[in-house]
Ligand binder design. Structure first.
Ligand code: GLU
Length: 417
């Protein structure tokens, strides 16, 4: 199969298999982990503003709940497909496990381009997804959150719909909610913050001075834009960013806040004053110290991996690097901070949000951020140690740490007897 058409489901199966083999796991471990425990596909009818009815496919995948309720985002995207949702739910299991969160992995999606919908249509679609999924989700069962093209408003409609069905406010059903209905301070910057913490730790190990480092960021949504802001606070210079419409490059540095405001107005970073256009391929292969892929799957591939020059790659997106590319990057001595570690800040603060909902007691932003920092640094250290000890890439090390934990839970629960 050509790498371009490589199914992400097969990619994650390969990653699990490899780690299980190195760990010498009994075959049943891979047999259980190679697919989700439950996958649900629904058809959601929506009354459109023009009087017609449109039906949208919706998905929820619950990969493994050995450690705790399944957890993971919900994305709205026109190209999303069932196997992708399955793969994303599998990555969530290992993301939660490598941080040490008491969750398994889940993921959901609706196949839609939300930019084509009115606010009313979007609300009816969001509520429809909850009505179809209500039987399999819940605060102790499976807890969705924002992902690509979903946000706090959508979480609010969903929590509200669930409250109508259950006849009580179950705010712990969703995370990434607006603050007024139980959202956590610090949640919206958490993915980026977690990623930048891991980059900071990696930079220390490699002797890279962040205050002199240059950075390129692929994708300027929630993760990419906050990552730009946060890494700039360490004195690093963001020289290139992009989005689906194109890129912006300025070797003297780009003001991350000003370009975010510009994007809000024009809907793209392209044409930001003082920058030159840059293609995605040029951005990924720029001569920078740090590269942050913060967009989609399968971006660093065998077509460009050999030309990637960054010393540290901090994966804020899920699955941005293909296995072939991974091998090339490792051979070339680049340090890849894998998605299941580097993008785990979001779900970590989602966990804090759920804890606060369960407690009914809310923390300050400083408290959230300092707990996040401690969690990310601890996870980074454990994975870095495994990487050094076993002489394996960081990704494999992260899977090994995670799979050991999932194995332990499955074993003690009697799933492997
Ligand atoms: N969608 C985010 C992720 O892929 C966050 C998931 C969550 O907070 O549950 O990690």
């Amino acid at each position: 199969m050509a790498e371009k058409t490589l199914n992400v489901f097969e990619i994650v199966q390969g990653q699990i298999k490899e780690a299980c083999d190195i760990l010498g796991m009994e075959p049943a471990v891979y047999e259980i982990l190679k697919q989700p425990q439950r996958f649900m596909e629904v058809a959601i009818p929506v009354n459109m503003d023009d009087g017609s009815v449109k039906v949208f496919p919706g998905f929820r995948s619950q990969h493994n709940d050995a450690i705790g309720p399944t957890k993971g985002g919900l994305r709205f995207h026109p190209d999303v497909y069932a196997d992708e949702v399955k793969a994303l739910s599998m990555w969530m299991t290992f993301k939660c496990a490598c941080i040490g969160l008491p969750y398994g992995g889940g993921k959901g999606a609706i196949k839609v381009d939300p930019r084509q919908l009115s606010k009313g249509e979007l609300e009816r679609l969001s509520r429809g997804w909850i009505r179809e999924m209500a039987q399999i989700i819940g605060p102790e069962k499976d807890i969705p959150a924002p992902d690509v093209y979903t946000n706090a408003q959508i979480m609010a409609w969903m929590v509200d719909e669930f409250a109508k069905i259950r006849q009580y406010n179950a705010f712990g059903l969703m995370t990434g909610k607006p603050i007024i209905i139980g959202g956590s301070l610090g949640r919206n910057t958490a993915t980026a913050r977690g990623c930048v913490f891991t980059i900071r730790e990696a930079a220390k190990k490699l002797g890279i001075d962040l205050s002199k480092a240059t950075v390129a960021i692929q994708g300027y949504g929630n993760a990419g834009s906050f990552a730009a802001e946060l890494i700039s606070a360490y004195g690093s210079k963001v020289v290139a960013v992009n989005d689906t419409k194109g890129g912006a490059y300025n070797p003297d540095g780009i003001d991350p806040v000003a370009i975010a405001k510009y994007k809000e107005k024009t809907r793209s970073v392209v044409g930001f004053p003082g920058t030159k256009n840059i293609t995605s391929d040029e951005l990924l292969t720029l001569d920078v110290d740090i590269l942050i892929p913060a967009a989609f799957e399968n971006q660093i591939t065998s077509a460009n991996a050999a030309r990637v020059k960054a010393k540290i790659i901090g994966e804020a997106a899920n699955g941005p690097t293909t296995p072939e590319a991974d091998a090339v990057l490792y051979k070339n001595g680049l340090l890849v901070l894998p998605d299941i570690l580097a993008s785990a800040g979001g779900v970590t603060v989602s966990y804090y949000e759920w804890v606060q909902n369960n407690y009914g007691y809310y923390w300050s932003e400083e408290e959230v951020n300092s707990r996040l920092e401690a969690s990310m640094v601890k996870a980074f250290e454990a994975i870095y140690d495994m990487h050094k000890q076993k002489n394996v890439p960081m990704r494999q090390a992260a899977y090994m740490v995670a799979i050991k934990r999932v194995y332990e839970a499955m074993k003690v629960r009697g799933w492997l007897d």
